[in-house]
Design a protein around this ligand. Structure first.
Ligand SMILES: [Ca+2]
Length: 520
């Protein structure tokens, strides 16, 4: 076991700066994570005012809610959005619609996702950790032949069975090489958007082929993808089956690369430079689209009984050079098991059911939405494959503790991380080689030679108390050997239960099609 030595003066000053920032966050200046206290969640109304007008709180809403008190559900998933890149967490980028929505419900300030795109989407769709079905490592590539295994029951499938109309509008990224992997075969009544992990925002091309679809067929709609996704979401809301509650999954491909936006969106951000200026415009365009979707819900009289959930799918990418995204003081970014890679902006809003201004500090994971939503929708939770997620409703609405004793952040090869209460243990997160999904973005603190040496040696553990040290500066592994033993045992149990990751290999003789997901 390698243990970090004490902090030097520079480290100490950085720690002080971090602590000061967190102190400011407690009074709402910076919006950074506040250390969880024994009382759990902040009582409703103690931060944002209960009198904040709800964006979905129109007079028509109450009279026109969906059936039997079950909510319409809109899950907005941003792509690669950094912790500090929502207005309520950081000063750089204005997100008035996101901020208003967040203030009207519960901000989930310790909400965890997987470090990259495909695993997070799989976790949301199944309520099961990706180690259960081989999607814990890396993302699907254009030549990938696999996807979310068809044996997995999906969230839209369960909601569809319970009588919901289900739609995906945006990025799928859970399989495109076979018809059975496409959204309409995985529980969605409607599909619109891209199948792969990223595409050009204007031409809708990726990897030499076209990737824009409606109902799993090629779609030649022209325009900026964020605009198209918002427009289609509004159409789906307006033309929904009014006899059924609606589940609308809205995974914007924004603000994943390529960093592109119509020029007008970048203009208000002249004080930012380089890619960050364009990225800020991308966030602004997404915020505008979210505002339009909320207005459509309101216009249709659905606001009063719609649960709107928002989160990013992983932390902001802060690789080499000047990063476009910012995770604020959180350590590291996309692809990493440190907080900057896995702890993301998130909230849930439902007028009358989630008190405005709620701040949830208890740790939750994206797998929790599956059982939570199924329960709210009256869908059965009994299924063949066991669910890792836990019903988080009492934690979100009633200040109850996290439903998890321990949350798995991931385990792949010799690398892994787990959170239990205020404690987080990472194994070989700094040093393991060849197990980084996104190009070693998080290993910049160790030279190649250092990593090679350490990778050949015994496991390197880092232990942090996130209540006192949310920026993961002070490794307490040496002082807390019992805690390390306990958490590494739990992590090892998850690792032993994992199936091997399915790796993306380009098949022999692979030919890029003209359109991804077309099989004729
Ligand atoms: Ca992503």
């Amino acid at each position: 076991m390698k243990l970090e030595s004490g902090t030097n003066r520079l480290e100490f000053l950085r720690w002080v700066a971090c602590a000061a920032t967190l102190l400011f966050s407690a009074v709402g200046i910076q919006g950074l994570p506040v250390a969880p206290g024994p009382a759990g969640n902040t009582p409703p109304g103690s931060q944002a005012s209960d009198k904040t007008p709800h964006p979905l709180d129109g007079a028509r809403s109450a009279a026109l809610t969906s059936d039997r008190g079950r909510p319409n559900i809109v899950y907005i998933l941003a792509d690669d959005l950094g912790w500090a890149d929502v207005g309520y967490h950081g000063p750089d980028i204005k997100t008035p619609h996101i901020d208003q929505l967040a203030a009207a419900g519960a901000r989930l300030e310790s909400f965890y996702v997987m470090p990259v795109c495909t695993p997070t989407r799989a976790a949301l769709m199944t309520g099961r950790y990706p180690i259960r079905y081989g999607l814990q490592f890396n993302v699907l590539r254009p030549a990938s032949q696999h996807g979310l295994p068809v044996e997995e029951r999906t969230l839209p499938q369960a909601l569809h069975e319970a009588g919901y109309e289900t739609a995906i509008c945006g990025k799928w990224h859970l399989g495109h090489a076979k018809p059975e992997l496409l959204p309409l075969r995985r529980g969605f009544d409607h599909q619109y958007g891209l199948f792969l992990g990223m595409c050009d925002y204007f031409t809708h091309m990726e990897g030499g082929a076209f990737d824009w679809h409606r109902n799993d067929k090629v779609c030649r709609d022209e325009g900026y993808t964020t605009h198209l996704i918002a427009k289609e979401a509004i159409r789906l809301i307006e033309q929904r089956d009014q006899r059924k509650p609606l589940f609308l999954y809205l995974p914007f491909n924004a603000v994943h690369g390529p960093i592109q936006v119509p020029e007008s969106y970048g203009k208000p951000y002249g004080h930012l430079t380089g890619q960050r200026r364009i990225y800020a415009g991308m966030v602004a365009a997404m915020d505008e689209g979210i505002g339009q979707v909320l207005a459509a819900l309101e216009k249709e009289g659905l606001g009063g009984n719609t649960l709107v959930i928002f989160s990013s799918d992983n932390g902001g990418l802060i690789g080499k050079g000047e990063p476009a995204a910012s995770n604020g003081p959180l350590r590291d970014g996309k692809g990493s098991l440190y907080e900057g890679g896995t702890r993301v902006p998130a909230f849930a809003t439902w007028p009358g059911r989630i008190p405005a201004g709620t701040i949830v500090k208890e740790p939750l994971h994206i797998v929790d939405w599956y059982p939570t939503l199924l329960k709210l929708a009256g869908a059965p939770l009994e299924q063949k494959l066991p669910i890792d997620g836990r019903d988080a409703w009492a934690t979100i609405t009633d200040g109850r503790p996290s439903p998890h004793e321990a949350l798995l952040l991931n385990t792949v090869g010799r690398m892994g991380a787990i959170r239990a209460g205020d404690w987080k243990l990472l194994r070989n997160a700094l040093t393991a080689e060849g197990e980084d999904p996104e190009g070693a973005a998080h290993k910049k603190n160790a030279s190649k030679e250092e990593r090679r040496k350490k990778n050949a040696g015994p496991d390197v553990f880092e232990l942090f108390n996130l209540a006192q040290d949310p920026c993961e500066k002070t490794n307490l592994a040496a002082q807390q050997p019992d805690k390390v033993r306990d958490l590494s045992g739990r992590l090892e149990a998850f690792a032993r239960a994992a199936v091997p990751p399915t790796l993306s290999r380009k098949p022999e003789g692979f030919k890029t099609p003209k359109v991804w997901g077309e099989f004729d």
